[in-house]
Design a binder for this molecule. Structure first.
Ligand code: SF4
Ligand code: SF4
Length: 373
């Protein structure tokens, strides 16, 4: 079978894929249902997945609800993204211990096992590629990200449903996984024999697939997989015109829309926490009262906090207007200058998890519409 010919794995054999990853020493992480939300966590078996669940999403609203079938991946994305594992929210970078004049420095221990991510969506593959550029692409490589990223095995899933806030089609980042995976799955056979259509994207993926009971996909199964992705693309919850975005925002830094959005924005930072590409951190040093033990800890930070822009003499962005504008213009405009791409992959999380339902697509639309008047 050529590398580009999809294979078919019976749904009942999906457990063997999870087992094969565990046997190869991976820490297997995937979607699971917790507190009525689909989140990413360690999984051992198919029963850990949110089997038969989907999600309803709108601006400021998320509900996990039962489906009429037992689909394994019948939902969009939840509040977690894979950056939680590759770029942890709290990371102790080192500890030091003083014994008289001797100082012993203890660097952070690398994770014991490489990650295997199950159910990575196309937009999330793009987000990982963006974070690769941020953490690995410049002169200063982040060793903490690198050690987590390099050995990771990625099992992507092509989306069979679009979330109410998704707009990956607008951002050219989905819903089909095109690159950046070891294996990519499409759940097919809703009307009969249910199975997983599997594409391979790396030698690691091909090796793993060769160890599983599988067969070549039939033409109608390949066509069904393509139809599922096309249907998802046609049912995006949102759209956002992305052409000329950088120039549009650069022309409108003093637009009155920033005042309007600031009236609603709570500067809570939720949008930055759930965003799969936001990467900003702050660093804290601490020591015990005796001055014997000290450590340095890195935490996710947000451009929505006042302290984030603190420089000598005070914060640069003291208003909600300035902080929202900073976030959105970085994400959609100056990110191009810094990293050569948009910083948004259209996952919709910032819309869903904003407590007041601020919608980045609506903000762009309003500024664009004002120019057309
Ligand atoms: S846009 Fe929404 S999620 Fe983001 S800081 Fe403002 S209120 Fe919070
Ligand atoms: S800005 Fe919003 S829609 Fe875009 S990648 Fe971040 S969370 Fe997703």
């Amino acid at each position: 079978m050529s590398a580009t010919t999809p294979a078919v794995l019976a749904l009942d054999d999906f457990q063997s894929l999870l087992d094969a990853l565990a046997e190869r020493g991976y820490r297997v992480v995937g979607p699971t249902l917790r507190d009525r939300a689909i989140v990413y966590d360690d999984i051992d078996s198919v029963s850990d997945l949110p089997v038969g669940w989907t999600d309803e999403q709108e601006a400021g609203r998320y509900r996990a609800v039962k489906r009429a079938d037992d689909a394994l991946f019948g939902y969009a994305v939840g509040p977690h993204s894979w950056k939680k594992f590759l770029h942890p929210p709290v990371l102790r970078m080192w500890r030091a211990r003083r014994d008289g004049q001797d100082v012993q420095l203890m660097p952070e221990q690398a994770p014991e096992k490489p990650f295997a991510f199950i159910g990575v969506r196309a937009c999330e593959l793009h987000a990982i590629t963006i974070q690769d550029r941020v953490f690995l692409g410049g002169a200063h490589v982040d060793p903490h990200y690198r050690v987590r990223r390099e050995g990771a095995f990625i099992v992507a899933v092509n989306c069979a449903v679009a979330g109410g806030t998704c707009f990956c089609v607008s951002m050219h980042s989905g819903p089909k996984a095109e690159a950046g995976f070891d294996l990519a799955l499409t759940e097919i056979g809703a009307g009969g024999e249910r199975a997983l259509l599997i594409e391979t994207g790396s030698d690691k993926g091909r090796e793993l697939l060769s160890s599983l009971a599988h067969r070549a996909a039939r033409a109608e199964e390949i066509a069904e997989g393509e139809a599922i992705v096309a249907r998802t693309a046609d049912s995006m919850g949102r759209e956002m015109r992305s052409d000329g975005m950088r120039e549009l925002l650069a022309r409108n830094l003093e637009h009155s829309r920033w005042d309007d959005v600031a009236q609603r924005c709570l500067t809570c930072g939720n949008c930055t926490m759930v965003c799969p590409t936001c990467f900003c951190t702050s660093v804290e040093d601490s020591s015990d009262l005796a001055g014997v033990e000290s450590s340095r800890t890195r935490r996710w930070d947000s451009c929505f906090t006042v302290d984030f822009s603190y420089i000598h003499g005070g914060s640069v962005r003291t208003s909600a207007r300035a902080r929202y504008r900073q976030w959105m213009t970085h994400k959609l405009a100056t990110w191009f200058d810094q990293f050569g791409t948009s910083g948004c992959v259209g996952c919709g999380r910032c819309i869903t998890w904003c407590p007041v339902g601020i919608d980045i697509t609506e903000e762009v639309r309003a500024i664009r519409a004002s120019e057309a008047r």
